[in-house]
Design a binder for this molecule. Structure first.
Ligand code: M6R
Length: 606
C-alpha cells in the first residue's frame, strides 16, 4: 500500500504535499517523492527512505516550488525501494503517482517495449505513465479513459500533464482516493488525515471516476466522460485525531485512547441497558435466520474475531468459524445462504478481506462488516455494517481498533444470545453492564505502565519468546505475540498452553521468557500446571493474571496484576498490558514504533 496526495491552490505546493504525505507515512515509508509545476515545468524530487530523506535531498539539491503538484509515499511491491523505483514516474509529457497494483503490467510493458519505449524502473507504475504518454493526444480526459480500459488491477492515480499547467487529474479503481476542497484550493489524498490541516470537506471518488482539479475548482467525470455531480462529505475527525498530542508515539496515544473509543463505539448501540444494533440493520429476527457464523479477517482483526468466537459460542451456542481471509478465499468454503459472514477490518480496504467478503456474497451468505474507516470499500459493499468509532488509527500496530472490534463482537454476542433465547434479558442486561464498565478498568490498568516497562526491559535481550494461554487467554496470547513481534522484531509464538508438551516445549531453554496469560478462572489451575511445566525447564515466566493471585517461585518470576473482572469480559482489560509490553520493548530497542520495518498500515495487495 502507498499514500498519494495532490494539491492545486495558492499555497506553496511543496509544503502542502510534504505535510499531507507526513500524515500518510503509515501507508508506506520506504521511499517518497513529489512532482510540482515549477514555473510551468514539472519538476520531480524523489528519494529512497523516509520523508525526511526526501526533505534533506531537496535541501541539498533543488526544492521544487509552485502551486500545483502530486506526491507519494511508497510501500514497495514491484521493485526494491530505491531512488529510481520511487514515485512519481514519468513518460515524456505525463507524470504520475500510484497506489495499487497493475495486474497486467507485464503484458502492457511488453507492448510498449515493442513500440520502442524504454523504462527506467522496475515498477508497474511506470508502465501506466508510459501508456498514458503513448496514447496522449492533447486531451487528458480521453487519454485517461483509454488507459483505464486497458489496465487491470487496483489503482488510485494522481496525474499531471506537462502541457496543462497547474491542473491535477485523479482517478481510482479499488484503491481509495478522496478529493478535498477548501477555499480556492483542492486536494487529492489516499486518506482523510492528510488534508485535515487544510479542510474537513471532501468527496469520495468512486470506482472508475475521474477528478480534474484546477485553480477554479474540481470537476468529476465518469468513464464515459460524462460530468457528474457528487455529494460533499465532512470529516468528523479533527486535526488532533491525526496528531500525537504530546505522546511520544501514535501507538501510545492510541493505547490511551481505548477507554474513550469503547464508550464512543458502544454507547449509541445500547438502549435501556440492552444491545440495540437496529440502525446497523441487525434485529433479533435477522439474527435468528443464521445457522452458523464465519468471521473472516487478517492479523489483529482476525484475533478480534477469535475473541468473538469464544464469546458467541459460549453465550449463544451458535457455531462460529474464524478464517484468515487469505485462506478463506482459496479453500472453497462451505458457506450457504443461511450463514452470516462477518468481515472485520480497521481500514476497510484490506485486499484479502474484501475479496473474501465478495466471495461470501457470491456464495449467497449475508455479510456484516465491522469497520473503522468510514466509506471504505468493505463498509460500502457489506449487506450490514457496524462502524467502530476508534477515530483514525495511525500506528501500524493496531491497538484501539482491536479494542473496539472486540467491543462490537461482545454487543453482537449478547444480542444474538438473547435473540436465540440462550440467555434471558436479565443476564443480557448484566453482561451489557459489564461491557460498559470496561473503560474504567482499562483506565486503572493504564495507570500502571511501570510494571510493563519493567517487563519490557527484561525482554529486550531475548532472541525468542512464547505467549501461552487457554481459551480466551489463548486468543489474547496470539494478539500479544503478534504485537510484540511486529514492532520489537523479537521472534515470538503463541501457543495453547495445554498443547506445549506435544512438541513446542522442547524449545524452552534456560532464561527463555514465557508470557503466560491466565485470566480465566475456570481454566486457571490447568494453566498454572502448564506454566509450572515451562518453569521447571528453565523458562523465565511473566504471568498476566488477576492481582489477587500471588504466584509461588515455581510458577512465575513476575506478575502483571489485573482487576478482578468477570471472565467473559476480561480480554478487554488483559490485552492492555500485552500492548504496553510490546510498545515499551520496541521503544527500549530503539525501533521506529509507529512505522515498523517491512510493514504498512493497510495491506491492499493479496
Ligand atoms: O485494516 P485491517 O484491520 O483489515 O488490517 C488487518 C491487518 O493487516 C492488521 O490488523 C495488522 O495485522 C496490524 N498491523 C496488526 O497490528
Amino acid at each position: 500500500m502507498c499514500g498519494i496526495v495532490g494539491y492545486v491552490g495558492p499555497r506553496e505546493c511543496t509544503d502542502v504535499l510534504m505535510s499531507a504525505l507526513s500524515k500518510l507515512e503509515y501507508r508506506g515509508y520506504d521511499s517518497a517523492g513529489i512532482a510540482v509545476f515549477d514555473n510551468g515545468e514539472i519538476k520531480v524530487a524523489k528519494s529512497k527512505g523516509r520523508l525526511k530523506d526526501l526533505e534533506e535531498k531537496m535541501e541539498n539539491t533543488y526544492k521544487p516550488s509552485g502551486h500545483a503538484g502530486i506526491g507519494h509515499t511508497r510501500w514497495a511491491t514491484h521493485g526494491e525501494p530505491s531512488d529510481i523505483n520511487s514515485h512519481p514516474h514519468s513518460g515524456k509529457r505525463v507524470t504520475i503517482v500510484h497506489n495499487g497494483i497493475i495486474e497486467n503490467y507485464k503484458k502492457l510493458k511488453d507492448f510498449l517495449v515493442s513500440q520502442g519505449r524504454e523504462f527506467q524502473s522496475e515498477t508497474d507504475t511506470e508502465v501506466v505513465a508510459q501508456l498514458l504518454d503513448y496514447y496522449y493526444d492533447g486531451n487528458p480526459l480521453d487519454t485517461i479513459i483509454k488507459v483505464m480500459s486497458e489496465v487491470r488491477g487496483s489503482f488510485a492515480l494522481g496525474i499531471v500533464f506537462s502541457d496543462f499547467r497547474d491542473v491535477v487529474y485523479a482517478v481510482r479503481r479499488e484503491s481509495p482516493l478522496i478529493v478535498g476542497v477548501g477555499e480556492n484550493e483542492s486536494f487529492i489524498a489516499s486518506d482523510v488525515p492528510a488534508i485535515l490541516k487544510y479542510t474537513k470537506d471532501y468527496y469520495l471518488l468512486e470506482h472508475d471516476e475521474i477528478a480534474r482539479l484546477d485553480m477554479d475548482g474540481v470537476k468529476f467525470y465518469d468513464k464515459h466522460k460524462k460530468e457528474i455531480i457528487k455529494e460533499i462529505k465532512t470529516a468528523d475527525w479533527d486535526m488532533d485525531a491525526a496528531e500525537k498530542g504530546g505522546y511520544e508515539h501514535f501507538m501510545l496515544k492510541e493505547i490511551y485512547e481505548q477507554p474513550t473509543a469503547i464508550k464512543t463505539t458502544i454507547s449509541p448501540r445500547i438502549t435501556d441497558g440492552l444491545p440495540n444494533l437496529e440502525e446497523c440493520g441487525i434485529t433479533p429476527e435477522k439474527l435468528r435466520e443464521f445457522n452458523q457464523i464465519y468471521v473472516v479477517a487478517c492479523g489483529t482483526a482476525m484475533h478480534a474475531g477469535l475473541v468473538g468466537k469464544y464469546v458467541i459460542e459460549k453465550l449463544a451456542r451458535v457455531p462460529v468459524t474464524v478464517d484468515i481471509a487469505s485462506e478463506f478465499r482459496y479453500r472453497e468454503p462451505l458457506v450457504s445462504d443461511r450463514d452470516l459472514v462477518i468481515v472485520i477490518s480497521q481500514s476497510g480496504e484490506t485486499a484479502d478481506s474484501l475479496a473474501a467478503m465478495r466471495l461470501a456474497k457470491e456464495l449467497g451468505a449475508q455479510t456484516l462488516a465491522i469497520v473503522n474507516a468510514k466509506g471504505s470499500s468493505i463498509a460500502r459493499e457489506a449487506d450490514m455494517l457496524i462502524y467502530t468509532h476508534a477515530g483514525p488509527e495511525i500506528a501500524v500496530a493496531s491497538t484501539k481498533a482491536y479494542m473496539v472490534q472486540i467491543a462490537v463482537m461482545y454487543l453482537l454476542a449478547f444480542e444474538l444470545a438473547l435473540a436465540v433465547d440462550a440467555i434471558d434479558e436479565t443476564e443480557c442486561r448484566r453482561l451489557t453492564g459489564l461491557l460498559q464498565k470496561t473503560p474504567d478498568y482499562i483506565e486503572e490498568i493504564l495507570k500502571n505502565k511501570e510494571d510493563t516497562q519493567y517487563i519490557a526491559s527484561s525482554l529486550i535481550t531475548a532472541d525468542s519468546l512464547l505467549y501461552i494461554g487457554r481459551g480466551l487467554d489463548y486468543a489474547l496470547s496470539m494478539e500479544g505475540s503478534l504485537k510484540l513481534k511486529e514492532i520489537s522484531y523479537i521472534h515470538s509464538e503463541s501457543y495453547a498452553a495445554g498443547e506445549l508438551k506435544h512438541g513446542t516445549i522442547s524449545l524452552i531453554s534456560d532464561g527463555m521468557p514465557v508470557i503466560a496469560v491466565a485470566t480465566q478462572k475456570a481454566l486457571f489451575e490447568k494453566t498454572v500446571s502448564n506454566i509450572k511445566e515451562v518453569k521447571a525447564r528453565g523458562a523465565k515466566v511473566i504471568m498476566v493474571c488477576r492481582d489477587d493471585y500471588t504466584p509461588e517461585k515455581d510458577v512465575a518470576d513476575y506478575k502483571f496484576g489485573l482487576p478482578d473482572i468477570d471472565d467473559i469480559i476480561m480480554p478487554m482489560a488483559a490485552v492492555v498490558p500485552l500492548q504496553l509490553i510490546a510498545y515499551y520493548t520496541s521503544v527500549l530497542k530503539g525501533n521506529d514504533v509507529d512505522k515498523p520495518r517491512n510493514l504498512a498500515k493497510s495491506v491492499t495487495v493479496e
